[in-house]
Write a protein that binds this ligand. Structure first.
Ligand SMILES: [Zn+2]
Length: 270
């Protein structure tokens, strides 16, 4: 059984300067059995870091239209059944279960604020300005805000494939993004700047090793990486090889669309 004290000791060992904001991705199950569950882990984070942000994404608001722009990593007209189950985004909507129990516990915290993006919202405490910097056109502005405030990303029991901040590196490096659509109170809205697939981000782990602080709690690995340095590294890698960090699945609609686009760009340059 992992205690509040065990987690406090572990997260403190990361030695992140007080007042630096953090974006946290975590999975409770990686730690085994935590006494008090998600509330305990969130309590530890808030006791150590006064400014904490987490993803509060809501994929069930998404709609697949009949037609749309080409090379968008999406099969148009294939979503009829899913579209019927789609829900209108509301600020009180629970976060997608993929984000984990701690992210949902954060969203429900009485002191937490949540941004308004109908698919890619974030929630947090002490990060109000970061959250309000987000627009429909700039879904990852809250991460950019944290980066400019010398913030850190913490991966607690999860790997780089859930490290949302790498999507900002893709954006800053000029990589193609996608358009998705979401149900809102004012109808279906178009959401540009939707990111590619993140399954290949695990390839960045070795590159980030020299920047990463690592501790273990009950066998679970907790990593902390400074956002600005991570972004510089990620951007450099993508600029050098426009197909870097894509996944290796046989068929991946978004990675395939990026491969096609970068191939076309190469031919155009020649
Ligand atoms: Zn992929």
């Amino acid at each position: 059984m992992v205690s509040y004290h065990d987690l406090m000791t572990g997260f403190r060992k990361l030695s992140i300067e007080p007042q630096k904001p953090v974006i946290v991705h975590t999975s409770l199950s990686a730690f085994g059995n935590i006494r008090g569950g998600a509330a305990t882990l969130l309590g530890v984070l808030l006791a150590i870091f006064p400014r904490v942000m987490m993803p509060a994404f809501t994929f069930k608001t998404m709609i697949i239209p009949e037609i749309g722009p080409p090379l968008n990593g999406l099969q148009y007209g294939q979503g009829k059944n899913l579209n019927r189950m789609a829900e209108i985004f509301e600020k009180s909507m629970p976060v997608d279960s993929l984000m984990g129990d701690v992210a949902e516990t954060m969203r429900r915290h009485p002191k937490a604020h949540r941004s308004r993006h109908p698919i890619l919202s974030f929630s947090g405490i002490g990060v109000y300005k970061a959250l309000t910097s987000q627009t429909l056109q700039t879904p990852f502005a809250p991460i950019e805000y944290l980066m400019n405030a010398e913030g850190w990303v913490i991966l607690a029991g999860v790997d780089q494939s859930v490290n949302t901040s790498i999507h900002l590196a893709e954006h800053l490096a000029g990589r193609k993004s996608f358009t998705r659509w979401a149900l809102t109170e004012s109808g279906v809205v178009s959401c540009p700047g939707y990111p590619g697939c993140s399954d290949g981000f695990t390839q960045l782990d070795a590159e980030l090793k020299s920047l990463t602080r690592t501790v273990f709690v009950n066998g679970a690995e907790i990593k902390a990486i400074p956002l600005a340095e991570m972004m510089a590294k990620g951007m450099g890698i993508i600029r050098e090889d426009p197909q870097a960090l894509l996944c290796s699945r046989n068929s991946c609609p978004r990675c395939d669309a990026i491969r096609t686009t970068t191939r076309q760009a190469k031919y155009t340059r020649v």
